[in-house]
Ligand binder design. Structure first.
Ligand code: DC
Length: 223
């Protein structure tokens, strides 16, 4: 059976990663979490105490950095220059800085090149902000996931609670709105629905319903 490229874009905390991971499992495809790649570079920037204004230095740093995603049991592990940074990249510190780092042209060039390399043979579910528009404009199935911001904040809060952190809901709403604004307002590859992407509002859907919807679209595409 032909191995497709499935592009899943959408704003912060719209349920992309959980859904994409499950869709990939159902299809026996590889899941590529491109947000995790930008987060890993951001973590390196923070750890090296580089000012976010130093865009040239950050761009060069990205060129000299290896980011690898690896499936371990049920989880996707993220390796930065060989070191497991899966936990570090999910901290509020990284979340607060990742939009600035991912807006740097050179960083995007390097990341997009790597993402295309991983997905060139198909059989991938790729989630991010610019997958259907820039990384894989010819993707076989394109989904644009959206959800009410309050619902997204509640989901993020649950996720953080599971990881042992307590964060106020209104703070999360504010953070999500700020990040969406930055991600859709940047000059290079802004967050945008591709014209041929299918919009999927997940506000009132369960994870299973979201997964079923996408898998159905994939089978329709496969005929
Ligand atoms: O999906 P996420 O929240 O883990 O993504 C973190 C940030 O990375 C997001 O705020 C914007 C950036 N990003 C991007 O610019 N392009 C992508 N393809 C994926 C993520």
């Amino acid at each position: 059976m032909k191995k497709l490229v499935i592009a899943i874009d959408g704003p912060a905390a719209s349920g992309k990663s959980t859904t994409s991971k499950l869709v990939a499992e159902r299809l026996g495809y590889l899941y590529i979490d491109t947000g995790a790649m930008y987060r890993a570079i951001t973590w390196k920037v923070i750890r090296n105490k580089i000012d976010l204004e130093e865009t040239d230095i950050i761009g060069e740093l990205a060129e000299r950095t290896s980011v690898r995603l690896e499936k371990a049991n049920d989880e996707i592990k993220v390796f930065l220059d060989g070191e497991d940074v899966s936990k570090e990249i999910r901290t509020q510190e990284v979340t607060g800085a990742v939009s600035a780092v991912s807006a740097i042209e050179k960083v995007r060039t390097v990341m997009v090149r790597e993402q295309r390399k991983i997905g060139e043979c198909g059989g991938v579910v790729v989630d991010g902000r610019d997958i259907g528009t820039v990384v894989f404009p010819n993707a076989d199935v394109k989904i644009f996931m959206i959800a009410d911001v309050e619902e997204r904040a509640r989901r993020r809060q649950k996720e953080l609670e599971r990881a042992g952190a307590t964060v106020d809901l209104s703070k999360l709403v504010e953070e999500i709105v700020t990040r969406d604004k930055k991600d859709s307002g940047r000059n290079i590859s802004p967050l945008r629905k591709a014209d041929d992407a299918i919009a999927l509002d997940t506000t009132d859907l369960t994870i299973d319903e979201q997964v079923d919807f996408i898998v159905k679209k994939v089978f329709e595409r496969l005929g």
